[in-house]
Write a protein that binds this ligand. Structure first.
Ligand SMILES: C[S@@+](CC[C@H](N)C(=O)[O-])C[C@H]1O[C@@H](n2cnc3c(N)ncnc32)[C@H](O)[C@@H]1O
Length: 242
């Protein structure tokens, strides 16, 4: 039996792929992360065993334990689904889980999901690329691990959009590095919290405000000229539920 690593999308079940919905309905065991919307969980086969491995700050199932769990379940021959927020291969550690399954001789497949990296800006009406003002987009983590490898001076000069995931806690440090790299203090920024849920909140500002802006996690930060764009109609989260 193939273990399916499924992307749950960024919020409510409307943004789930049809394949993901079908596999959830057929699953016998589902291993879920935190931040998965109730409307997605409601699509799981009612007879399935649901195992919550949600990683909460401070206390969590380690990635190694999750890998071992998936291998154990896969060996039982059950229909196993691993349900992850957004897309499993965008800051989702989905590939590590795939490798663990591969090493155990088990078959796996990935079902892509709509990543918050693109869907959160879209929810605010922000296009991450724009023919005139942003010829590309770079998706990065705001956690310390990869930051040291980013060339902020070149980024600042490139004029492409920067989309930052997991960046709320360390945003002040990120701003300092971008300013030091030469990005203008007035560069537009936008923060989209809880995109595609009823709690969605969009905040616009400029780069030198970002450190002090009130932003609830989870949020996607957009830095660059496109962050000044957006449509007021979609800022009303109620519009998402119409
Ligand atoms: C561990 S990463 C997982 C990303 C996920 N695999 C994806 O493709 O969206 C978690 C980060 O995704 C972003 N995120 C996930 N869901 C979000 C949402 N509904 N609204 C805003 N940001 C979200 C936040 O930056 C959060 O810190």
């Amino acid at each position: 039996m193939t273990v399916a690593l499924i992307g749950a999308g960024p919020g409510t079940a409307d943004l789930l792929t049809l394949k993901a919905a079908r596999l959830l309905a057929e699953a016998e065991v589902v291993v879920v992360d935190r931040l998965i919307d109730e409307s997605v969980l409601a699509l799981i086969n009612p007879a399935a065993e649901v195992i919550d491995v949600g990683k909460k700050p401070g206390g969590s199932s380690s990635q190694e334990l999750i890998n071992e769990l998936l291998v154990t379940l896969g060996r039982r021959g059950a229909r196993v689904v691993r349900l992850k927020g957004g897309d499993p291969f965008v800051f989702g550690r989905g590939y590590e889980e795939a490798l663990a399954l591969e090493a155990a001789g088990l078959s796996w497949e990935v079902v892509p999901g709509v990543s918050s990296a693109l869907a959160a800006p879209a929810a605010a009406g922000i296009p991450v690329t724009h023919r005139a003002i942003a010829r590309g987009v770079l998706i990065v983590t705001g956690t310390g691990t990869n930051e040291d490898h980013l060339d902020f001076a070149r980024l600042a000069a490139s004029g492409i959009t920067l989309v930052v995931l997991m960046g709320v806690a360390r945003r002040a440090a990120l701003v300092a590095q971008l300013l030091e790299g030469g990005l203008a203090a007035e560069t537009p920024v936008a923060a989209i919290s809880n995109a595609w849920t009823a709690e969605m909140k969009v905040t616009h500002g400029r780069l030198d405000d970002l450190g002090s802006m009130e932003i609830l996690a989870p949020a996607v930060l957009v830095i660059g000229a496109v962050a000044a764009l957006g449509t007021s109609a979609v800022l009303d989260s109620a519009a998402l539920n119409r």
